[in-house]
Design a protein around this ligand. Structure first.
Ligand code: 5GP
Ligand code: ZN
Length: 137
């Protein structure tokens, strides 16, 4: 279950310190060591899973519900104006710790975070083609 080389498993085992803000039977939430904004926390399953595609359904459900509780708390207690939930699945998608986690990032009007892409209208033929590939039989 636990991976001795995984830093989040080591946090769970109490081998590495963390500022825990919430826990339940399946999940634990603690402050990110390099916060993007004030209150940035991570929610993880107690059981080691590498990523979104390998986590079990019950753990996934528990993590998302815990993330929502934390999002509500960030609004109530920290005065956040909004919240981003972020999950990176795979190194190409910026995942750096390979124990599934959801970032709960409180957002404040005028904070310096930016969307990681610049929205602009896409090519309709290409959108149709990829929709076919993704949604087709
Ligand atoms: P990822 O890049 O995989 O989406 O997110 C990993 C997150 O874990 C990063 O935001 C990083 O700051 C955080 N992190 C990495 N090592 C530690 C640690 O030892 N303790 C805590 N609390 N957070 C960590
Ligand atoms: Zn782990």
């Amino acid at each position: 279950m636990a991976d001795p080389d995984c830093i989040f498993c080591r946090i769970l085992a109490g081998e590495l310190p963390a500022r825990v803000v919430e826990e339940d039977e399946r999940t634990i939430a603690f402050m990110d060591i390099a916060p993007a904004t004030r209150g940035h926390a991570l929610v993880i399953p107690r059981a080691h899973s590498v990523d979104l595609l390998s986590i079990g359904e019950q753990d996934l459900q528990a993590v998302i519900l815990a993330a929502r509780r934390l999002a509500a708390r960030a609004k109530e207690r920290l005065g956040a104006d909004g919240v981003n939930l972020i999950n990176s699945c795979g190194a190409a998608a910026w995942q750096t710790v390979f124990h599934f986690h959801v970032h709960v990032i409180p957002r404040y009007e005028g904070d310096p975070l930016q969307l990681p892409w610049v929205p602009s209208p896409g090519d309709q033929d290409e959108i149709a083609a990829v929709a076919q590939e993704l949604g087709g039989p």
